[in-house]
Write a protein that binds this ligand. Sequence first.
Ligand SMILES: Nc1ncnc2c1ncn2[C@@H]1O[C@H](COP(=O)(O)OP(=O)(O)O)[C@@H](O)[C@H]1O
Ligand SMILES: [Mg+2]
Length: 429
Amino acid sequence: MPKRDRWSSDDENDDEGKTSIGVGSDGAPRPPQEYHSALPPSSSPTSSSLTATSSSSSPNHLHNPLLHGSRSVYDAYTRLSHIDSGTYGIVWRAKCNTTNEIVALKQIKFDDELVKEGFPISALREINVLLALKHPNIVQVKEVVVGGGGMREKNDSGEDDDDSTGMEQPQIYMVMECLEMDLQRAMMTPDPSTAPLRGGGRGSVQPFAQSEVKFIMHQLLSAIEHIHSHWYLHRDIKTSNILLRRNGHLALCDFGLARKFEEPARAMTMSVVTLWYRAPELLFGECRYGPKIDMWSVGCIFGELLIKDAILKGNGELDQIQQIFKLVGPPTETSWPTFSSLPSSGTFKWRTGSSTSTSSSSELRRRFSLNSSFSSTGCQSYLDSAGFDLLEKLLTLDPTRRINARDALNHAYFTGGGVKMQVPEFFFA
Ligand SMILES: Nc1ncnc2c1ncn2[C@@H]1O[C@H](COP(=O)(O)OP(=O)(O)O)[C@@H](O)[C@H]1O
Ligand SMILES: [Mg+2]
């Protein structure tokens, strides 16, 4: 791994172990309540310059040297359409007024929960991390622009339409390359070629070809390898944070929960990663975790690509644990020797031979049977033995035995003589 860069200053040394991040109804982590105390007085160039100098917590009182140098969103961009409203910001599709380039603008939310010392910490982190990590499979941030309230949108007659909402309130927008769709939506979109010729209908959701799954996984792992080799954890890898272009190009986004890690690991908050993609060590209270938590999420996504549905859909932490053990078997002295030392290892009991299988991987094998054919009823991609081996290595309970990103990229699934990678056929509405 390369030496730590300038972002490795103490700026993210934020006592996360003492903070608590809530969990929303969808299982997605919510921002911590006490993060304001974590913001250092002066740290990285970006974070110090983005911090309010006034004692007021109101964003209206921001005095910001970095942002004062930023372009105005009104002059630079024309809003075209709304893409999505996430936890930390609203995302717009917009056109650059000088180059006509289509970009995505993430409008940073300034609600009281997120803003403590004048600027939402998750946005600061995201900008910091994205500026530090440049990679073809990581969404590219172009600039940060400012505005006072809403921005101009074209009305029906093509004229500028002033958005009158909150014109006085300053707004910050992260300008990013714009990709067509996220993987969650791409997987749900039916294949129009399967629509009945007469009588309407939108067609059915078809499985990806193995070559397509491979292509997506390779790009995702390349992004993760880059992040981990620069000492960052993403901590919220899921299908809605994976963006795709029509040409199959993939870019990971949403670095609002990303942070630096160290070896040996120091204490960080466990309330990270959306529940369905959360690694077992986090569910059992491990606060000294590392890059392997992201690898578990990648394993969940691999399975999801194969069946086009999330593979571990727990409706709470206990149910999530139950489902994990059912799929890969509960921990044993051999499979996860240090399990009993985890803070919450004693709080969950399971019966051998009940719904949680005793033999590891037997259920995994059943659900991801080798060489499944493309069936018209179920949606399951073809998986060869190398693919199954990689899936098993990603969904390994013991994080010390779970495969890392570099080894995954060098795995026989990609390097062996199997099916070649191929650009997927995404069906964009
Ligand atoms: N650069 C982009 N291009 C296209 N769509 C994007 C882009 N960035 C985000 N999105 C869309 O907006 C959604 C929310 O953005 P995200 O960065 O994940 O915010 P949040 O932290 O609120 O989840 C994503 O799930 C994706 O659908
Ligand atoms: Mg997101």
